[in-house]
Unconditional design. Structure first.
Length: 163
């Protein structure tokens, strides 16, 4: 099942709050890169995206615009609250979407991503996403969608190189 980027973002925020998560505080830039790598690894492992929104090539790496606009108020500071959206049921109530707790596979994947990348800050993750052989570098223009095929190929190449 593909989730909204906001649901996966909120799951990472929740994971970061857990004791012993091994995760440095999550800033908006770091959150974008965690989302990117979660989606990339899901593409590699399952052949389909985890997130039902596209990543765009922005100056500092891959970005899901809806998540950027939700958390941009934090600037370079730590995100303190879950992201919200208007409820589709009544159109007025704010809800904080999150990955279903019953989806053990996705929570396990997110925890693994958190262990692999969570000890890095946003700047380091941004640099990692700028690898010359990566999907971001191979996408032609700023604000252009980064294709799932390029994202999946990036992880395949890393796995082949033993990373």
């Amino acid at each position: 099942m593909a989730y909204s980027a906001l649901a996966v973002a909120n799951a990472f925020i929740e994971l970061g709050r857990e004791e012993g998560s091994g995760c440095e505080p999550i800033t908006p830039m770091k959150l974008q890169k965690l989302l990117y790598y979660a989606n990339a690894w899901h593409l590699f492992l399952k052949g389909k995206p985890l997130i039902n929104e596209s990543f765009e090539k922005w100056k500092f790496g891959p970005v899901v615009p809806s998540v950027y606009y939700e958390f941009r108020g934090a600037g370079a500071s730590v995100i303190k609250a879950l992201g919200t959206r208007i409820s589709e049921r009544d159109g007025t109530k704010l809800i904080a979407p999150i990955v279903q707790r019953e989806d053990k596979y996705v929570w396990k994947l997110l925890a693994q991503i958190n262990r692999k990348y969570g000890n890095m800050d946003g700047v380091a993750l941004s640099a990692l996403s700028h690898r010359p052989d990566g999907a971001w570098a191979k996408t032609a223009k700023i604000n252009e969608d980064i294709s799932d095929d390029l994202i999946k190929a990036e992880i395949e190449a890393q796995r082949g190189a033993g990373n």
